[in-house]
Design a binder for this molecule. Sequence first.
Ligand code: ZN
Length: 431
Amino acid sequence: MKTIVIKGARILGGEPVDILVRDGVVAEIGQDLSGDETVDARGLIALPGLVDLHTHLREPGREDAETVETGTRAAALGGYTAVHAMANTDPVADTAGVVEQVWRLGQEAGHCDVRPVGAVTVGLEGERLAELGAMADSAARVRVFSDDGKCVSDAVLMRRALEYVKAFDGVVAQHAQEPRLTKDAQMNEGAVSGRLGLTGWPAVAEEAIIARDCLLAAHVGSRLHVCHLSTAGSVEIVRWAKSKGWDVTAEVTPHHLLLTDDLVEDSPVGSYNPIYKVNPPLRTRADVEALRAALADGTIDCVATDHAPHPLEDKETEWAAAAMGMIGLETALSVVQEAMVETGLLDWAGVAERMSHAPARIGRVADHGQPIEVGAPANITLYDAEARTEVDPAGYASKSRNTPYEGRSLPGRVVATFLRGRPTVLDGKLA
Ligand SMILES: [Zn+2]
């Protein structure tokens, strides 16, 4: 393999250095280094390759929305070197066979590493546990289990799943949504839903499940990860669980750090625009502020995209009929820059912790999420924080276009991504 020198990169925003990459690892960091190939990174920030704990790649079953190939292209363009593929595919990823299929498709695509998430229950039906052990032992080596899209609402099943995953150091990632409290729910329950006459989705439906699951995880001594926190109350519960020393981690999406439920009533794209329909729903400004503060102080461990592609016909319809979800891989770092860095809440080391180190740790992803230092795998993202980009999904690698940021100017641009020393993105384009 040829050696590559990344010239003049600012690791975590520090002083410019050259990074020599050989055989997929960082071989040397210093000044005036040379190699077979040179990448000019003057003025760019070098971050460890980003890791997503929560990506919907839609394959198998909904290849009209996304495939492993297109979704991982989008991931690489967003600066990601590893993503976790959620299990709510068709068929559901609830057997060793399906998770191995997704894992192999990721290997063949080669744009970033794909770690399949295994379903907790057969068919996501919440009735009996899936073959968690077989998925853990498979070639895909599943460590994260989730019925995401649906909540494991049965407390006995949740307890058994938490007990079961201890055997292989797994974690149950809960989509916290009490189903009876959110029947037919359309958006955050509050002043805006009242004015619009849409069925509300109360914060308590999320918070009650999180509280219950923290108690269950503590009771059986297992690991719980809470997906996409969206309310100030959820933050308080996770903070309390952590203060007890329980093994609870949590994520927040970029969109819940930036957008609020007012957009459903009044936005540049009108009212009732289903581009803002998402699960969990956009909440209030006070919730956004609480989520940002919690991500800054470490109560929330990481940012996860919940990249949820949908074809046009499932989104461009009336509000009540529209699918829930937003794409997010190609804008995540920019949104985090706007919400967290430009507000002074996080520096670039903090971004690296929350978008690379922490998610890799939680997902037990070997060889990702390590600091950029000699001997580490060369998973590196080069980012131009000074750039500004007008969001135009027409140019996105994702097969779907359902971004809530269309037409909006966002800071920053991913310039290059390296997966084990091999460029997957150069000059902002797939390499
Ligand atoms: Zn979810």
